[in-house]
Design a protein around this ligand. Structure first.
Ligand SMILES: *[C@@H]1O[C@H](CO)[C@@H](O)[C@H](O)[C@H]1NC(C)=O
Ligand SMILES: *[C@@H]1O[C@H](CO)[C@@H](O)[C@H](O)[C@H]1NC(C)=O
Ligand SMILES: [Zn+2]
Length: 603
């Protein structure tokens, strides 16, 4: 259990300032799951350290967060030190038009260990302390010094972070429970709202949900819908959590026949990158829609007769929990690296096909894209791959579709990710389906998604030459997409980057959970219809899957949306003064750290 009234102290790093950060101590998110967590949440010591190092290098003062505290509408569920960590940060979008500009920006961001959020052919979004903006601009080519606009200004970033956590119980308009209902989750998990209740919004999807709610919710789905839902475990994470999954399907062939045909299976997963919460909520939304639509919506019933779906909303459960309890913007897993100040491996760079971590992140564990020291060093990537392989070898499964959800920038990416020089065998089919999915989303919701090969979406290139602009910063080998496509022979494999296009980035407001869910549900229904046709299965025969001009499944989808009942009662939050002792006793000098970093990078 956690100590609940300890004092949060950032003890000074030797030879650096003797700063004691007095952090406001709002009641924090209450973990209701009986998970044996480490005694204290680990805080990214490197970030603290690097902030101070940069401070000492550049001679900039710590941001004054006192005023921000008064202005921000803080949310009781956000981690207590969010403001201290991000109160002085901004997100800037740089316009880039030449390879030289991109190279200059990449090198500067690398030098300063900045957090590059996303990039396209035309822009790069970078989060950084406002105090670093000046020094950064000083390192850039002259043409770039004016070519930036703030996406999230000082305080807006912190506010956007607070806004992604659920509202405190008392302030919720939907709150109709007495304030002191004891142990709601244990006594009546999601209870009464499961009754059909058409007028009510589905409360589970009005907020992002922590793992401690998602996991019992998944178990509940499995116990309520025993005819077609099973809970599956993908494996155990680095810190010992289950990577939970739901298998949805009716297995009509697995009963009597001695040698049933392989079960065609679609894998829908999210949360490889911890901070991309919309990917997790969207996996759950689509799962819920298919689960509750089975037997009531003919197209969904047929789809689940044709295919099994496996939903894995949090491939990176340790990272996801960390974003809830400690650092909203954490991306990687929580694995210890060989450099003790920088934890975590990027799961989407850690797979064993065309793994290129040795070259691209040069073994630097402090990189947000650190791929590990070797392929499959990242525990969760290895578990997912082993599970998928075992399913195909021992469990009569044939994976025919993969949708790996990420955020942000609204793109549909198809293989390969590692290189634009290698043409995937089924390119025409991949493109055709991607364009169909794009159209399905646009017709139903008016949102435009861009269709690209992942090598372009995941690595900025110049438009003319397709020359890679970000050779060092963003490796794109070792992706889950390529591994499933190439090693597991998943014919239709995609990475979807969900909303938005940069207004909020990873901090997409929760009002987008349901609209994004609907959008991707449409995409999945189109995807399923296309696959049914492609494999000559029943739902295609029954319906004649959409032609070029028809609107795919729109009516069915509207039906699904209406039919989806309110599912889950919002959890009560237990007020708790929740503060932390933090002991950073790193007995080294900054010179040493820099040396080790540089060495790491060159390797
Ligand atoms: C960046 O590019 C966009 C579109 O090309 C343009 O509208 C915008 O003004 C540019 N911003 C800056 C700061 O140069
Ligand atoms: C592989 O699949 C079989 C059959 O479902 C199962 O019994 C076994 O535990 C799995 N092995 C691993 C390592 O997951
Ligand atoms: Zn991602």
């Amino acid at each position: 259990m956690r100590p609940s009234h300890a004092a949060w102290l950032a003890l000074p790093v030797a030879l650096l300032s003797s700063l004691v950060a007095a952090v406001p101590s709002p009641a924090a998110y209450q973990d209701q799951q009986a998970f044996a967590a480490p005694a204290l949440p680990e805080r990214s010591r490197w970030r603290t350290l690097s902030g101070r190092l940069i401070g000492s290098i550049w001679g900039v003062p710590k941001a004054d967060i006192g005023n921000a505290a008064k202005i921000l509408k803080t949310n009781a569920q956000a981690p207590p030190h969010t403001l201290a960590r991000y109160g002085g940060d901004v997100v800037l979008r740089f316009n880039i038009s030449t390879a030289e500009e991109a190279k200059g920006l990449a090198e500067a961001a690398d030098t300063l260990l900045l957090d590059v959020w996303e990039f396209s052919q035309d822009w790069v979004d970078i989060r950084l302390s406002k105090d670093i903006v000046g020094p950064l601009l000083g390192l850039l080519p002259a043409s770039l010094q004016q070519a930036h606009t703030p996406l999230l200004r000082e305080r807006e970033l912190a506010q956007a972070i607070y806004d992604t956590y659920p509202s405190p119980r008392g302030s919720s308009a939907r709150s109709h429970e007495p304030a002191h209902t004891p142990s709601p989750l244990r006594d009546r998990p999601f209870g009464p709202a499961l009754q059909q209740n058409d007028g009510e919004t589905n409360i589970f999807f009005t907020n992002y949900q922590p793992l401690s709610v998602i996991d019992p919710w998944m178990r509940l789905m499995a116990s309520l819908f025993t005819t077609h839902v099973r809970k599956v475990d993908i494996g155990v994470s680095y810190q010992g959590r289950d990577i939970p999954g739901l298998r949805v399907g009716v297995h009509p062939t697995n009963g009597d026949e001695p040698n049933p045909p392989k079960r065609k299976t679609v894998l829908l997963m999210g949360g490889l990158h911890a901070r991309e919460w919309i990917s997790t909520s969207t996996v759950n939304y689509v799962a819920y829609s298919l689960i509750t639509g089975y037997g009531r919506i003919p197209s969904i019933t047929r789809l689940l007769e044709d295919f099994d779906f496996v939903f894995v909303p949090t491939v990176n459960p340790d990272g996801y929990v960390y974003t809830w309890e400690t650092d909203r913007l954490w991306r990687k897993n929580r694995q210890q690296t060989n450099f003790r100040f920088c934890q975590g491996i990027d799961l989407d760079r850690a797979f064993g096909f065309q793994w290129d971590g040795a070259v691209t992140t040069a073994g630097n564990p402090c990189s947000e894209s650190f791929a590990g020291e070797e392929a499959f060093e990242a525990v969760e990537s290895k578990r997912l791959a082993d599970w998928a392989k075992n399913e195909t070898e021992n469990n009569n499964v044939e994976f025919v579709g993969l949708l790996d959800l990420h955020s942000y920038s609204q793109q549909i990416l198809y293989p390969y990710s590692y290189s634009c020089d290698d043409t995937p065998p089924g390119l025409e089919n991949l493109e055709e389906l991607a364009i169909g999915v794009q159209r399905a989303i646009r017709i139903a919701h008016g949102h435009s998604y861009e269709v690209l090969p992942a090598c372009e979406g995941n690595a900025a290139t110049t438009k003319q030459s397709k020359q890679r602009l970000w050779p060092r910063m963003e490796a794109s080998g070792g992706s889950a997409l390529d591994w499933f496509y190439h090693e597991l022979k998943v014919r239709y494999a995609y990475q979807l980057k969900l909303r938005d296009r940069g207004m909020y980035g990873f901090l997409l407001p929760k009002e987008n959970i349901v609209p994004t869910g609907k959008e991707i549900l449409d995409a999945v229904l189109y995807f399923g219809g296309f696959l049914s046709e492609s494999y000559g299965l029943s739902s295609a025969a029954a319906e004649g899957v959409e032609s070029e001009n028809s609107e795919p499944h729109v009516q069915d989808v509207a039906e699904v949306q209406e039919a989806i009942p309110a599912a889950v009662e919002e959890q009560d939050e237990v007020e708790d003064d929740w503060v932390w002792v933090e002991d950073i006793d790193i007995d080294i000098d900054p010179e040493g750290v820099q040396w080790e970093l540089k060495r790491g990078r060159r390797r």
